[in-house]
Design a protein around this ligand. Structure first.
Ligand code: ATP
Ligand code: ZN
Length: 286
């Protein structure tokens, strides 16, 4: 039998779509039509196992799966012997302390002697210890946000993304303990053959991530402004400059990063660029 890399993915929930989408963008064919527990890709040496996210670190540690896609929050909480290989760019959230909206608590120090409800006792316990705060932790596995209202706790420590759940429950986010996103974790003792498959998958994942963080830009520039405009567009090596049919004008092509996108566009416009087109990049290999 051909050696395949076993990938653990959340069976259903917030990480499922992002994980399957990433594999698809990496050209790994996986069809999960009828709710199977395990599927084999038809065009890449991997098989996917669908599991509860909480179990993924342990399964990867024990080599039931070779790698897994799971939230950093779960990796930190479970504290298993696995390697965090790469962040995946989806499943972004934060683990925060939240308190009743109208209360007076302002910082972690105010939690001394209080009751805190959470599904993250390990991470929270470490955070409290680092801050020299002693509090009593009440571990619950779901609906943590209702604990203060029903008198079960004075505060909670839970995952937040938009903050709407906190808002609905009349809670206020007080402090962020951990910023999290989905990551790839790997078993610590992969065979050489599996490492080769992993590296080939990683190469694709990095190309997809890079493409998402960058845009292709095309613009027209008067020749006397070319130097200034090219200075704003470092590109992968340097911008491509092609003459337009109209004398005195050029077309400039380059790549710009998503992070300073609006800033650069404004500067380009101010420098005399016209007809600016921004195009998404599908894959990017440097
Ligand atoms: P499972 O049945 O697999 O145990 P779950 O209920 O524990 O599922 P989900 O709510 O689907 O898990 O969340 C999975 C992961 O999605 C979280 O561990 C976290 O990394 C990420 N995530 C992103 N945004 C949020 C959010 N607003 N609330 C909770 N998790 C979030
Ligand atoms: Zn879970």
């Amino acid at each position: 039998m051909q050696n395949r890399l076993k990938i653990a993915v959340q069976k259903s929930g917030r990480l499922y779509e992002g994980s399957m989408q990433l594999l698809k963008e990496c050209g790994v064919e996986v069809s999960n039509g009828n709710n199977q527990l395990r599927i084999v890709s038809g065009n890449f040496p991997v098989e996917i196992f669908f599991l509860r996210d909480d179990d993924i670190p342990e399964y990867v540690q024990d080599a039931v799966a070779d790698i897994g896609f799971v939230g950093q929050n779960v990796v930190r909480e479970k504290n298993k012997a696995v390697t965090e290989v790469e962040s995946l760019g989806f499943g972004k959230c934060r683990l925060s302390l939240a308190v009743p909206k109208n209360g007076t608590m302002q910082s972690v120090k105010d939690l001394a002697g209080k009751k805190i409800a959470t599904s993250y006792p390990v991470i929270l316990g470490q955070y409290l210890a680092e801050n020299g705060v002693t509090a009593s932790l009440h571990e619950i596995s779901g609906s943590v946000e209702i604990a203060p209202r029903i008198g079960l706790a004075d505060a909670i420590c839970d995952l937040v993304s938009s903050g709407s759940t906190l808002f609905t429950n009349e809670l206020r986010e007080m402090e962020t303990i951990l910023k999290s996103e989905a990551v790839m974790i790997s078993n610590n003792n992969l065979t050489a053959e599996k490492t080769t498959i992993l590296n080939s998958l990683l190469f694709r994942i990095r190309a997809v991530k890079k493409a998402k963080n960058n845009k292709y830009v095309l613009l027209n520039a008067p020749n006397e402004k070319l130097k200034e405009i090219c200075g704003l567009l470092p590109g992968m090596k340097s911008p491509t400059v092609l003459p337009l049919a109209e004398p005195g004008w050029s077309s400039v092509h380059s790549v710009i990063s998503e992070s300073d996108f609006w800033n650069v566009i404004e500067q380009l416009k101010n420098a005399g660029a016209q007809g600016i087109l921004i195009i998404p990049i599908e894959k990017m290999i440097l």
